[in-house]
Design a protein around this ligand. Sequence first.
Ligand SMILES: Cc1ncc(COP(=O)(O)O)c(C=O)c1O
Length: 400
Amino acid sequence: MASKLISKLVANISPSATEATSFLVNQLKRQGIDVISFAQGEPDFDTPDNIKKAAIIAIKEGFTKYTDVPGIPELRKAVADKFKRENGIDYEPDQIIISNGGKQALYEVFRTICEDGDQVLIPTPCYVSYAEQIKLTGAEPVFFKTKEENNFRPTFEEVSENFTPNVKAFIINSPNNPTGSIIKKEQLKKIADFFIERGVFMITDEVYEHLIYDGRNHISVASLGKKEKEMSITVNSVSKTYAMTGWRVGYAAGPREIIKAMNNLQGHATGNINSIAQKATIEALIGTQEPVRNMIKEYGKRREYMVKRLNEIEGIRCQYPDGAFYTFPNVTALYDKEYDGNIIRNDMDVAKFFLKKAHVAVVPGVAFNYSGYVRFVFAKSMEEIKEGLDRIEKAIKELK
Ligand SMILES: Cc1ncc(COP(=O)(O)O)c(C=O)c1O
């Protein structure tokens, strides 16, 4: 029976599947089992020293009090400059809010523009938190599936076929979690035109914008024109680019009216984000970008190795991701095989099999609303990647 204590909206959200996997991994580790985890979506690198130093200075100088709710002016200016320099978008500092990670920025956007009766259209596979955050506003997430043969890029046809008059917003996540796919400029323009014509807002999650390979380009929808800028909100974060997941710094930029309303919401919910992390983020954005270039180079080598190795393993089919640090192989060829009296029937069973027989953790595709696949993270040392894939290869060979 449902508890009367918990509100319907909160009772209706599911726990994060990635966190559930981490819980299982930690449980096995406590039993002394040496688990290799390709489940956690965060850089294995430490935060660069220049950024840490900026935080230490902030503490020493006593920069430890409440700040302006949307962030200190120097940081909002540094973010505005970043948008001009890197994305070709002219946002003024008062069009920017600094939030507790990209996650809070996303939640505040949904909370601010969505309500009962609204729908938010989401291409899948998609990041685990969109749907639950949307449900918390009373709105309904509506999914449509992209195709593996299109490299999981949403097409104009898929967008128009799945559109309904109740759609208030559309989510763009490029590079995508969990596939790494990047939407190409022409396609993005066509999709943006479709939504602008229908008065639908675009929420663009660009937290992986710097992690791209093979000379590809990241394009922000707001850079495509005046209308695109007016009808979108750009969400970003320093978590992935600067190996700063624990610092909790994200930001959103968009029309003043929305940013102001988000500011009111944030003022009552959490207030400003950590003052010290704000100072560190200024250094991340304006300081040397050398550590970022080095991390990307390293991810590039690991991507090369992981995708090649996965494709050599029978039963796994894998594409080269355009960006991010994930690869999302098809594992359906492992279905109906047997180990220890268990039959593998879906991607959840594949993840369980990897964990039980290879002591390797991955996240099943169902967590991203897309079954038949599992997500591997390659933000891991080359040694761990080699060892983890050796173990998976061996376990698969023993399947009946
Ligand atoms: C697509 C996507 N958006 C947003 C986030 C939120 O990141 P953070 O809150 O650390 O900025 C993540 C984290 O995994 C993500 O993968």
